[in-house]
Design a protein around this ligand. Structure first.
Ligand SMILES: [Zn+2]
Ligand SMILES: [Zn+2]
Length: 136
């Protein structure tokens, strides 16, 4: 554990002693928001994240944070999907939708392949005009 440092709160910009990610004031507000959202959800389990946001005055991004943190269990609320971080499609699991995850995987693969080729391309070029070995 490192000693807490003075840093600016990412939410409000206030200088604070970093014992958690956000300052005490924002933390209190966040806890309040969570209690409000959780209480409202208990009464209205079929609502969407937008309806919840409007009803309790907590931003969709903040509710999404609660879901990511496992504090709101989406499984209990069939309509509580939230926007994919990358494309904004509504999802119920993780931070990105399945197609964005696929795209990312694809891109990662391409980068890997490129790096491999970079190492061996010379060998391959050398073989191109060479012998073909038959299995005898
Ligand atoms: Zn703050
Ligand atoms: Zn997406």
């Amino acid at each position: 554990m490192s000693t807490p440092k003075l840093t600016n709160c990412p939410k409000c910009g206030k200088l604070f002693l970093r014992v958690r990610n956000i300052c005490e004031g924002c933390y209190q507000k966040q806890e309040n928001d969570f209690l409000k959202a959780a209480a409202y959800l208990r009464e209205h389990s079929g609502i969407t994240i937008q309806e919840l946001s409007d009803a309790v005055g907590v931003s969709v991004a903040q509710i999404r944070q609660f879901i990511w943190a496992g504090r709101i269990l989406v499984n209990d609320f069939p309509n509580l999907s939230y926007p994919c971080e990358t494309c904004g499609k509504m999802i119920q699991k993780g931070k990105q939708c399945s197609s964005c995850i696929e795209t990312l995987k694809h891109l990662a693969n391409q980068v890997e392949k490129k790096e491999e080729k970079g190492d061996r391309s010379q060998n391959r070029d050398g073989l191109a005009g060479g012998y073909i070995y038959h299995n005898l």
